[in-house]
Design a protein. Structure first.
Lengths: 541, 134
């Protein structure tokens, strides 16, 4: 296990949100001692979800100290992440399949032959629609184009091309090649939409072929392990009206998502190439569809671009959990398998427990880390007023200046990155004091019924949220602190107990040996992690 | 107090005054220590505040010095108006000196114990008494 190299590829809008979930899992500290290379692939370069997830990873990388950062352990932000961004060039004379394929080039005979061949596979409208908002659920076209754009990028680089996206893909390919048999590659995306569904079946082959194109003597090791999520439909959006259908000609219709999923699953179950390339496929589904139109009653479908910034959903977290399982699996990777698990489902809603996410063995670690990170977010945003226009992490550092003088040297930029990350993770307030749900809040909102923590921890009422008692984050009494007892004994002040513990308790000091924290902000984060771990009494640190 | 109300003079000789002086010094030290204990309870009861401008260290410091002033001035005034009335008039001038010394002992005990506690628990709430924090 020690020599394994880890790679994550997120494809399409849903893939981007899965990467977002994966990054948050890394932030809470679930990937100790690992360096993970992430490749984001989207045809829609301006996609709001792509921008959001890449911004999140960029911030994560800055918190980890950039290129020089190192993996750490038993803390927050333990994995070292590297991001590579690839997007096919779909603009100008490469905006449609027709233009890319050069159907109108050459002699009349060649044009005719090309057109006839294309017509065998694709409708005329499919050949002519603009690709800059993705493949619009046309997976037969998407698979073809995605394969070729990856191969073409490798060809461009081998010829000395300098396109930034191609170069980033090339570095990623080199890393998989260099990892040899120790490479574990996990692919995140949906199987019901356009880009992700198109790419999942062809990615392993495309990567192998691209590596060979770059260097004919090189190849991805036959024992390199590929895994992926098979995420079936879990959301819907405004169905296009006849006017939009007429204008766009080809457009994704969420009414077809179930059929798309079914067709994709049948294909994966039967296709020999898929079976030979993927070791594990994690089938992830949701019993009902969440409406992503967010109350918008228009009859327009947002096809992509900056407007496409869909909220996060717990299914995406499960995809990230699948990646965790794949990366930590020591057995069961010899043969192709499609795996799934289920959770307690009653009265039309899931009753999730911590063990449902990363399994029984990691349940306590997951509980401690996600809970501590949520509590840390509350401290920064509420207690230290990071959500009220102040610098939350900076304020906390100032509190420690007489006790832990080192932290005073934490730069404002580093403190700000911590602030912005926890706001993206948990919540923030707008200028009118309304609660802006972050990732975990959106995850919680996608689940009916109870969800892991005290309900008030996710309140949409700003007053209730600001006064939330972080000592009562967990429902189980054994993991609460700063409670007022029956006789009124006890501080009832969780922030006070946190401050008391971190300032006075020598046992919560970060350990450079065990936690491998060298940089100042890593020590700061480890100190907070140790303190909250001690207070919640879920695991022994 | 009762003796004062009843107008009973209990200290009539220099020997009795010497004995009273020793009691006053001990009582002064006790008052100082009790004052610090009260200041500690109050300091602990004041919650840590978040944000860029927390008021809690200032509040603890304010209470610490307020109790310092109250304990030694209260002790001085008590001796002056209550205890002095139980002393024969020819010995009262000598007791004024005793009172000043006793009050100084009270203030000293308060300050020394407070300072020691503040430094011993400098990473906790008591650390606010003698720190540069606002």
């Amino acid at each position: 296990m020690g020599t394994e190299k880890y790679f994550v590829i997120g494809i399409g809008g849903t893939g981007m949100r899965c990467i977002e979930a994966f990054t948050h899992l890394c932030a809470i500290g679930m990937f100790d001692n690992k360096e993970i290379d992430i490749l984001s692939i989207d045809t829609d370069t301006n996609n709001g979800n792509k921008g959001r997830s890449e911004q999140l990873i960029d911030r994560y990388i800055r918190i980890k100290g950039g290129v020089q950062g190192k993996p750490t352990a038993n803390s927050f932000f333990t994995a070292k992440l590297n991001i590579y961004k690839f997007a096919p060039e779909y603009s100008g004379n490469r905006l449609t399949y027709e233009l890319i394929s050069g159907l109108n080039a050459g002699s009349e005979d060649i044009k005719k032959d090309n057109k006839t061949l294309s017509d065998l596979f694709f409708d005329d409208d499919v050949q002519k629609f603009k690709l800059d908002h993705g493949y619009r659920a046309q997976t037969h076209l998407g698979s073809h184009l995605m394969y070729h754009c990856i191969v073409e990028a490798a060809r461009n680089v081998s010829k000395g091309g300098k396109r930034k996206e191609d170069l980033e893909l090339s570095v990623f390919l080199d890393k998989i090649y260099q990892a040899g048999e120790n490479a574990r590659v996990f692919i995140l995306g949906s199987i019901f939409g356009g880009t992700g569904a198109s790419a999942i079946p062809i990615i392993p082959k495309a990567l192998r072929d691209a590596v060979k194109i770059k260097d004919k003597n090189a190849e991805i090791h036959a024992a390199a392990k590929f895994g992926c999520s098979l995420l079936s439909e879990y959301f819907s959006f405004n169905v296009p009206d006849s006017a939009q259908k007429k204008e766009q000609k080809v457009i994704a219709d969420s009414n077809n998502f179930s059929r798309n999923s079914q067709a994709a699953l049948m294909f994966y179950h039967a296709d020999s190439t898929v079976k030979s390339t993927y070791k594990l496929m994690y089938h992830i589904g949701w019993p009902k569809r969440t409406d992503f139109s967010r109350g918008d009653t228009s009859t327009k479908t947002i096809t992509g671009g900056g407007e496409q910034k869909n909220p996060c959903h717990i299914s995406e977290l499960f995809c990230a959990c699948a990646a965790y399982d794949f990366f930590n699996k020591e057995e069961g990777l010899e043969q192709h398998d499609i795996v799934f698990k289920s959770a307690n489902f009653q009265n039309d809603s899931f009753l999730f427990e911590f063990q449902d996410f990363l399994g029984e063995a990691s349940a306590k670690e997951f509980m401690n880390r996600i809970g501590s990170f949520l509590a840390f977010s509350h401290i920064i945003i509420n207690y230290e007023k990071g959500g009220m226009g102040e610098g939350g992490a900076e304020n906390l550092v100032q509190k420690f200046k007489d006790y832990i003088p080192d932290y005073i040297n934490l730069s404002n930029d580093e403190a700000k990155d911590i602030d912005e990350f926890v706001k993206a993770f948990a919540f923030n307030y707008d200028t009118k004091d309304n609660v802006i749900p972050g990732w975990l809040f959106q995850i919680r909102q996608s689940v009916d019924g109870p969800f892991l923590f005290h309900t008030d921890a996710f309140s949409s009422n700003q007053k209730q949220l600001k006064n939330f008692h972080i000592g009562k984050l967990f429902i189980n009494d054994a993991h609460q602190f700063a409670k007022k007892g029956k006789l009124g004994i006890g501080t009832g002040d969780p922030y006070g107990e946190f401050r008391d513990t971190i300032q006075r308790d020598q046992t919560v000091k970060p350990s450079p040996e065990k936690q491998k924290v060298e940089r100042l902000n890593e020590r700061f984060l480890a100190h907070i992690y140790n303190t909250l771990t001690k207070l919640y009494k879920i695991v022994n640190n | 107090m009762l003796l004062f109300i009843l107008g009973i003079i209990t200290v009539k000789t220099p020997a009795q005054l010497n004995s009273l002086a020793m009691q006053t010094y001990i009582f002064g030290a006790i008052v100082g220590i009790v004052g610090v204990i009260v200041a500690t309870i109050i300091a602990k009861a004041i919650k840590f505040e978040g944000g860029a401008n927390p008021k809690d260290p200032g509040k603890r410091r304010l209470w610490f010095w307020l109790l310092f002033f109250l304990s030694f001035s209260g002790f001085f005034l008590y001796n002056m108006f209550v205890v002095s009335e139980t002393i024969a008039s020819n010995l009262q001038s000598k007791f004024t000196t005793t009172n000043l010394i006793g009050s100084a002992i009270s203030a000293g005990a308060y300050f020394i114990v407070g300072f020691a506690l503040s430094k011993m628990f400098s990473t906790g709430k008591l650390g606010s008494w003698f720190s540069s924090k606002k």
